[in-house]
Design a protein around this ligand. Structure first.
Ligand SMILES: O=c1ccn([C@@H]2O[C@H](COP(=O)(O)OP(=O)(O)O[C@H]3O[C@H](CO)[C@@H](O)[C@H](O)[C@H]3O)[C@@H](O)[C@H]2O)c(=O)[nH]1
Length: 486
């Protein structure tokens, strides 16, 4: 039950597209209530990206604070712009230096319009100290599913990857989740996959976990129905309390129910987001739809690094598969023999080297499958529109997301690596075989049906007034109010 008339929320994501975008969607979710003012904190170089996404909503503001200089190449203020992901630890740890500027900004905001709650990224653990200084409750956003968080916690608490004799692909048993057959050291990233994790980067993460546990709540980009066992498990055995209030992407402006007047207090009655101009690839998708040709969408998020040999092999695998595809390539992965490739695939497939509106692609009716690295946002964006996934995890917690997609909720299949290892090379034959299976095979049919069911479930969870995610957000607001009034 909401008891307060008008809230002020400050949102502060970690500087990576995969972290900024979900909090922008979350901002829209808050703005849908029309009883919340959102201030989005970012850095100067990402300010226009953020402002564009907020679309000039009259109940939103953007505040930019400087990104620390001299630690990563000048001008890089988002991890996807790093020339190499080997700089990521330095990049993420340098954010601690933003504390004084953030605190000043938060103080000013709080003085002007009292801040009811802060939502900050799990990587920005130091923001808890600032929030506490002003008596503002901090909610954490880690960008992880409860499934992945529970596995990480159980592996960490039980020290299950310890032991120098444990090989990278040896199975590790999870006593709390015995039906998860195989988890390996390769499902985790250094320093967590090290036999004895230590060092400044590990300490940095531990301090983030401690801050998170001492925060007011954890907001999860998903709905309860997607992973009920793991949400309950987290809430019984870990802190802070997890609140499933997503999938956030379903709160984008196009999905705003402008006719509803519930919860309207002070905010605008109608919000018209910026009109989007569709990219040329959407016209291509439209043509394919007219021809009745199903499309595989191929994209690996904003920061995965793919070797040039692997990029070429993806091209060959797609060529051999015979399916039609739309492949988004980042500039870092520039090694495709493009002319030859485009000759070979003719109009059957297209390569896009621009920033696309991924949700616009995934919601296009011709898109019937998604070859994805399983970043949580891509995963949720696909599930929420019922598109099955061909999972190819590459880094971070993606191997765990891939397990959730394939083994737990069964809305996807997995690419086969040449040696069966989580991080092994994927050959053209292995890729072509699984692409065909997803798009044309019996197993593909089954996971497509499941994906559609989960998509409907996600839509329902987000329904205004009645959905579980909508009600969870209401309860969370109520808790924040109670805390304030206590
Ligand atoms: O041209 C593009 C490329 C990406 N996106 C969007 O960018 C986001 C990418 O996020 P995600 O799919 O999660 O991938 P990453 O960028 O790799 O995300 C990082 O952050 C996620 C959330 O913490 C983690 O789950 C991932 O493992 C981590 O790599 C998604 O919303 C995409 O729709 C676009 O809209 N257009």
């Amino acid at each position: 039950m909401e008891t307060k008339q008008y809230y002020h929320a400050v949102l502060f994501p970690f500087m990576a597209k995969g972290h900024i975008i979900p909090l922008l969607h979350f901002a829209h979710l808050l703005l849908r209530r029309r009883s919340i003012h959102v201030t989005f904190v970012t850095t100067p170089a990402t300010r226009s990206f953020v402002a564009d996404h907020l679309g000039g909503h009259p109940s939103s503001d953007v505040v930019a604070i400087p990104f620390p200089q001299g630690i990563v190449p000048p001008g890089v203020e988002s991890s996807d712009k790093l020339p190499s992901m080997s700089l990521f630890p330095r990049f993420v740890m340098s954010t601690k230096l933003m504390l004084p500027d953030f605190e000043r900004a938060l103080g000013t905001l709080h003085g002007t319009r009292p801040v009811d709650f802060l939502v900050s990224d799990g990587f920005l653990g130091w923001t808890l100290e600032s929030a506490n200084k002003f008596g503002i409750p901090r909610l954490v956003f880690y960008g992880m599913s409860c499934y992945a968080s529970c596995i990480c916690k159980t592996v960490g608490d039980g020290n299950l990857l310890a032991g120098a004799d444990l090989a990278d692909d040896d199975p590790v048993t999870l006593p709390e989740f015995p039906w998860i057959q195989v988890v390996t050291r390769n499902d985790f990233e250094p320093p967590f996959s090290d036999p004895e994790p230590k060092g400044p980067y590990f300490d940095f993460h531990v301090s983030c976990f401690v801050s998170s546990a001492n925060s007011f709540g954890l907001i999860v980009n998903g709905c309860y129905e997607l992973e009920p066992f793991f949400v309950d498990h987290w809430n019984r055995h870990a802190l802070p309390k997890a609140w499933c209030v997503g999938p956030f992407c379903l709160a984008e402006p196009d999905n705003i129910n402008r006719s509803s007047s519930s919860n309207v207090t002070n905010g605008p009655t109608v919000f018209q987001p910026n009109n989007k101009v569709p990219g040329w690839w959407i016209e291509w998708l439209d043509r394919k739809l007219e021809q009745g040709v199903p499309i595989l969408y191929v994209a690996f998020g904003s920061q995965a690094e793919i070797s040039s040999n692997q990029v070429k092999e993806i091209g060959r695998g797609l060529e051999d598969s015979g399916v039609s595809f739309l492949w988004v390539i980042k500039n870092r992965d520039s090694e495709l023999e493009e002319d030859r490739f485009e000759d070979q695939v003719k109009d059957r497939g297209i390569v896009v080297r621009e920033w696309v509106d991924q949700r616009e692609i995934l919601t296009h009716p011709s898109v019937q499958g998604f070859l994805s690295h399983c970043g949580l946002n891509s995963t949720m964006e696909a599930i929420s529109v019922g598109v099955p996934i061909l999972a190819w995890p590459m880094m971070a917690e993606q191997p765990l997301n891939a397990r959730m997609v394939v083994e737990e909720i069964k809305v996807g299949l997995r690419v086969e690596t040449f040696d069966g290892s989580v991080r092994g090379f994927v050959t053209r034959d292995g890729l072509a075989k699984m692409v065909k299976e997803l798009m044309e095979g019996e197993r593909g049919k089954k996971v497509r049906k499941r994906a559609k069911e989960y998509g409907e479930m996600a839509e329902k969870a987000m329904e205004e007034g009645t959905g579980s995610s909508w009600r969870n957000l209401n309860s969370l607001m109520g808790e924040i109010c109670k805390r304030k009034e206590a």
